[in-house]
Design a protein around this ligand. Structure first.
Ligand SMILES: [Fe+2]
Length: 349
């Protein structure tokens, strides 16, 4: 998935998300254990045993750091625990040799657990990444095969998915899960066309009213297909709503405004931009500037105006880069195609 590597998965911790929250949580835990250790007196064997028990609690932040930050996190937290155990913050280093040996054994256990946990979580992370990549590659193959049937090229769906991902970034979305859902929903937007007969889908001329009725079933067909798969249920919502329009004039439910999922509102803008800037059976590619002009005309009626505005801020060179990455060689910046001046706006089926 293009450009997704810069985003990490974030789970909320104490109301915060991301690596900062995790780092703060780990530091608080280590500080609390150290404070408890320092506060205990050393006068009796009972207290010394209590200290021993509390030192074992360092295993908890070490395991958490290994899970959250991998080998580096495990090493950093183990170093802190080791410094405390050897007496850096106080007079913790034992005087007698047998207790010293015991203490060295405790420190060795901390390092052993840290190393094993880091290795386990790194392998687990790689395993999940491999599964996720395999899943996305399967989705790409499916979308590509559908594209070949309808567009004679296998890149339309991936291109609009990558445009939508860039638009999501422009709107300030950084949550990896949300970006995954957006990208997959955009990629699979027309998966329901698998149920549309060739006579309707590939018909060269205008569709009859009956044929339009058949064509307009594809969002619901796509939703039904994807909803059966656990990790595609959220993208299925985008597929179902990808032909809804901001003023309620879309289909299949005729919903409007913010009741249309954000991912679907973003995709609606992208789908029309892509249709305008690429060669189709019914027109030649228009320039980026012309496409933006058409989108702005539809802001507030067909499209969410805030999304059109955000899309207009994306540098043309970035959009051209995405098009090139998806084997679409030409997206014009401003030059109009003279023969198409004044041609009516198009809307994808
Ligand atoms: Fe569609």
């Amino acid at each position: 998935m293009a450009a997704m590597g810069e985003f990490e998965r974030h789970e909320p911790i104490f109301g915060f998300t991301g690596p900062v929250a995790r780092g703060v949580a780990a530091c608080i835990l280590i500080a609390a254990i150290t404070a408890a250790l320092v506060s205990l007196p050393e006068q009796s064997a009972e207290w010394l045993r209590s200290r021993e028990m509390i030192r074992k609690l360092y295993l908890l932040p070490i395991l958490l750091c290994a899970a959250w930050f991998g080998a580096r996190g495990a090493a950093a937290s183990t170093v802190v625990a080791t410094l405390v155990c050897v007496g850096v913050p106080g007079s913790f280093w034992p005087a007698d040799v047998p207790t010293r040996v015991e203490r060295v054994g405790e420190i060795a256990v901390l390092w052993l657990v840290g190393a094993l946990a880091a290795s386990f979580f790194e392998q687990q992370k790689k395993y999940f990444q491999d599964i996720e990549a395999a899943n996305d590659n399967t989705l790409l193959a499916l979308a590509s095969s559908l594209d070949v049937r309808e567009h004679n090229t296998g890149v339309h769906s991936q291109r609009v998915a990558d445009y939508t991902l860039r638009l999501a970034k422009e709107l300030g979305i950084t949550c990896r899960e949300e970006l995954d859902v957006t990208w997959r929903g955009a990629l699979l937007h027309d998966v329901g066309k698998i149920g549309i007969p060739d006579g309707v889908l590939l018909k060269p001329g205008p569709l009859t009213e009956e044929e339009w009725k058949v064509m307009r079933t594809h969002p619901e067909v796509g939703d039904r297909i994807l909803r059966k798969i656990e990790f595609l249920r959220a993208p299925a919502e985008i597929v179902l709503a990808h032909h809804e329009r901001y003023d309620g004039s879309g289909y299949p439910r005729g919903i409007s405004g913010d009741s249309i999922l954000l991912g679907a509102r973003m995709f609606a803008v992208i789908d029309v931009y892509d249709a305008l800037t690429t060669d189709r059976s019914y027109h030649t590619a228009r320039s980026h500037a012309e496409a933006l002009q058409s989108l702005r005309k539809g802001a507030g009626t067909l499209f969410d105006p805030a999304i059109v505005s955000a899309f207009g801020k994306i540098p043309f060179e970035e959009l051209r880069g995405i098009a090139r990455n998806n084997q679409t060689s030409l997206v014009l910046a401003v030059e109009p195609v003279p023969s198409l001046q004044g041609a009516p706006a198009v809307s994808p089926q």
